[in-house]
Design a protein around this ligand. Structure first.
Ligand code: S3P
Length: 450
């Protein structure tokens, strides 16, 4: 089967309700917490994507029994010290930074050394950001070129609590340290720049000894020794990061309206909503609910009329970190020059995304000025494409693929987008939902005609 997608025309108007799969951050965290619990935990609506399957494989290699039936999953934890595995074990985090970084926090007291490897993209990403603070607990690490995978972790049985200042706004670093902090006698103190707080909320929900003080720019987190984790039955809400592509597609399409059901709208994840609202896009939350400490709602979005440029406040960055590529498409159609800054973390993702943003926008004929950590986008409200565009060699970054596809459907042109299978890391049903939206138009056409 071809791994290339060709798009030759814009999407027509649609009016539809869709469901996107379970949240990736919550799915990975559920697997990890369940693997440490005493007994059987159950998840519904688990995201079935390569990143989550890699997480399941990882805990299986650590001796944990897992039963998967479509997107329902049961994990049979053996308790917080219940991992059992052979000598010279290798865990493959594949493409997943979240798995690779979080699991190191679970392994710092492992009696035998463990190897951690990943795919080509993950092997270019920084692991020193977690191995440095984890070393302070007393574990040891050997990394490739001091920074990269493959790495080896040498756990210790004599760990001590640490004080850690997380300055990047990385939830992966923060979460890894929270997992490690559960292993020591005493209290680990974390001062963390704002980032998604799913790990903290799950700790709270499970009644673990965590305290969280939210300040304006930083959170202060204290985590103490954990003896036991109760089982966790979780119905995982759908993923705002997957929804983002459809929110933007709707905003950029004419006369369209979309409802996306049951989305996790944790305030630390909805930067895209705040940013797009500031740009004039109308987005509504309906059926708001609290579920196990997390907020969820249906999201309704309608076509945007006059899109305004934005000077994006950096305090919104961490809450939109996975959504910037697709947000930049909205800026491409805005009236005026948009400015996004303090975004060096974007080049630390599955591909250097600021660089890819520039490439995609240049292909659209949109002028940009980029530095290592910022981008200015010279928007064009009449943006309309006729030319050919080829997107390839982007380290199979799923979000580059999906952003390119949304650009093709929104702005026209003749697009050839390679590496379709990249979507399997986070959103295998992405193209199927796109087809459903296209068919919505066809159905209406037939209804009118016959
Ligand atoms: C994630 C944290 C973010 C995000 C990633 C998922 C998580 O990474 O980009 O897709 O689940 O903790 P950083 O912590 O590196 O910012």
């Amino acid at each position: 089967m071809s791994n290339i997608v060709k798009i030759n025309k814009k999407i027509k108007n649609f009016k539809k309700t869709i469901i996107v799969p379970g949240d990736k951050s919550l799915s990975i965290r559920w697997v990890l917490f369940a693997s440490l619990a005493n007994g059987q935990s159950t998840a519904k609506n688990l995201l079935i994507s390569e990143d989550v399957l890699a997480t399941i494989e990882a805990v299986k290699k650590l001796g944990i029994k897992v039963k998967l039936n479509q997107n329902n999953c049961k994990i049979f934890g053996n308790g917080i010290n219940g991992f059992k595995y052979k000598n010279n074990l290798t865990i493959n985090a594949q493409n997943s930074g979240t798995l690779g970084r979080l699991i190191l926090g679970l392994l710092i007291n492992s009696p035998k050394p463990i190897n951690l490897i990943g795919d080509k993209s993950l092997s270019k990403r920084d692991f020193k950001r977690v191995s440095d603070p984890l070393s302070k607990f007393g574990a040891k690490f050997s990394l490739t070129k001091n920074k990269f995978l493959p790495l080896k972790v040498y756990g210790s049985s004599r760990l001590k609590p640490i004080k850690y200042f997380e300055k990047k706004g990385s939830a992966q670093c923060k979460s890894s340290i929270i997992f490690a902090g559960m292993r020591t006698e005493g209290t680990t103190k974390i001062k963390a720049k704002k980032s998604r707080d799913h790990t903290e909320l799950l700790c709270k929900h499970l009644g673990l000894p965590i305290s969280i003080k939210k300040n304006k720019n930083f959170d202060e987190i204290k985590i103490s020794n954990v003896k036991k984790i109760n089982t966790l039955n979780y119905n995982i809400p759908s993923d705002i990061s997957s929804s983002a592509f459809f929110i933007v597609l709707t905003a950029l399409s004419k006369n369209s309206e979309l409802t996306i059901k049951n989305i996790n709208i944790n305030p630390s994840r909805i930067g895209i909503i705040t940013i797009l609202r500031k740009m004039g896009v109308k987005i509504f939350f309906k059926n708001l609910k609290i579920y196990k400490g997390e907020k969820k709602a249906d999201i309704k979005v309608v076509s945007a009329k006059n899109i305004k440029a934005i000077n994006c406040p950096p305090k919104l960055n961490s809450g939109a970190i996975d959504e910037f590529l697709v947000i930049f498409l909205v800026a491409a159609k805005a009236k005026g020059i948009s400015y996004f800054r303090n975004l060096s973390e974007l080049n630390q993702k599955e591909s250097p995304r600021l660089k890819w943003a520039k490439k995609i926008l240049t292909n659209l004929g949109v002028k940009t000025i980029t530095t290592n950590d910022s981008i200015k986008i010279f928007g064009n409200p009449n943006l309309n494409l006729n030319k050919k565009v080829i997107i390839k060699n982007y380290l199979k970054d799923h979000r580059v693929f999906m952003t390119s596809l949304i650009a093709a459907l929104s702005f026209g042109g003749k697009w050839t987008i390679h590496d379709k299978d990249s979507i399997n890391t986070s959103f295998p049903s992405f193209l199927k939902i796109i087809e459903d939206l296209k068919n919505d138009q066809k159905k209406k056409y037939f209804k009118d005609k016959y």
